[in-house]
Design a protein around this ligand. Structure first.
Ligand SMILES: C[S@@+](CC[C@H](N)C(=O)[O-])C[C@H]1O[C@@H](n2cnc3c(N)ncnc32)[C@H](O)[C@@H]1O
Length: 252
């Protein structure tokens, strides 16, 4: 696993391999275009074959299809698609920010109960599933990775909840969500800055925005008020330690 550096991840995960990694989706997969049905079932089959049903340590009431190690599943994803330079399999891990935010939502269900919720950059769907379990009236989960969209569907079904997976970049979109949740999105400058501008606009029109983050490099700390902090067990392969102090922040 020498391709994973000791820097904090997912920042390091996204920069680990020196072959032009980009967070942008492969051509034709962005912008909310629905995947063809056969592509969706191939992705579901891939996820089922390459992950195990796991409980994230801080959120044991949620079960997720997760991987033990990053590089093997990343390599297999590229083999599956016959493409190189694909985004890391973020969806195959429960990141520190997502675990903290999901814990907070489950412990404070009034934040989302009977409210329309978007889990932005959802990855595995962990935070969206927590919101659905906590009683949200409608939960959407967005990601730009088609594998994430497929994983969200599988994981929501495994937890017996309804979550609408959206394969789309919703930055600068406002569909009237009451609450926007975002776990671990501050690891890349461009995305973090664009998301911060967008989330500020949503807060200005009255939305509640909550962020879960272990204070990664591009966290907009000046816009955030920390409401709680957790010690989140994480994978040493992905992070620089086995525990990450992780905050849940209210965007102001
Ligand atoms: C570090 S993962 C966090 C996943 C999950 N929220 C968690 O905490 O476990 C970041 C996720 O952001 C997604 N992402 C990056 N840019 C995005 C964008 N513009 N819109 C939606 N998702 C995005 C990636 O595909 C990835 O799944």
């Amino acid at each position: 696993m020498s391709r994973i550096s000791a820097e904090p991840s997912p920042q390091s995960l996204s920069r680990t391999r020196a072959r032009g990694f980009s967070l942008l989706p492969p051509a034709g997969e962005g912008g909310g275009a629905p995947a063809r049905p056969d592509e969706g079932s191939a992705k579901r089959a891939f996820i089922l074959a390459n992950t195990g049903l796991t409980e994230p340590p801080l959120v044991p009431e949620v079960k997720l299809r997760l991987a033990d190690e990053a590089v093997p599943i990343w390599t297999r994803t590229e083999e599956e698609l016959g493409a190189m330079g694909l985004p890391p399999p973020f969806w195959a891990f429960a990141w520190a920010g997502g675990q903290a935010l999901a814990r907070y939502v489950l412990d404070n269900p009034d934040l989302v109960r009977e409210r329309r919720v978007l889990d932005f950059a959802s990855g595995s769907g962990l935070v969206a599933i927590a919101a659905a379990l906590a009683g949200s009236s409608c939960v959407e989960a967005s990601d730009i990775d088609a594998f994430a969209a497929a994983a969200i569907g599988i994981n929501a079904a495994d937890n017996g909840v309804s979550v609408a997976a959206r394969l789309a970049d919703l930055i600068d979109v406002d569909e009237g969500w009451d609450v926007v949740l975002a776990g671990d999105i501050a690891y890349e400058k461009e995305m973090a800055e664009a998301a911060t501008r967008w989330l500020a606009a949503l807060v200005a029109r009255g939305a509640t925005v909550l962020i879960g983050d272990p204070r990664r490099t591009y966290l907009a700390a000046d816009r955030l008020e920390c409401v709680i902090e957790y010690r989140v067990p994480v994978t040493r392969e992905l992070e620089d330690s086995e525990i990450k102090r992780t905050g849940v922040f209210r965007f102001r």
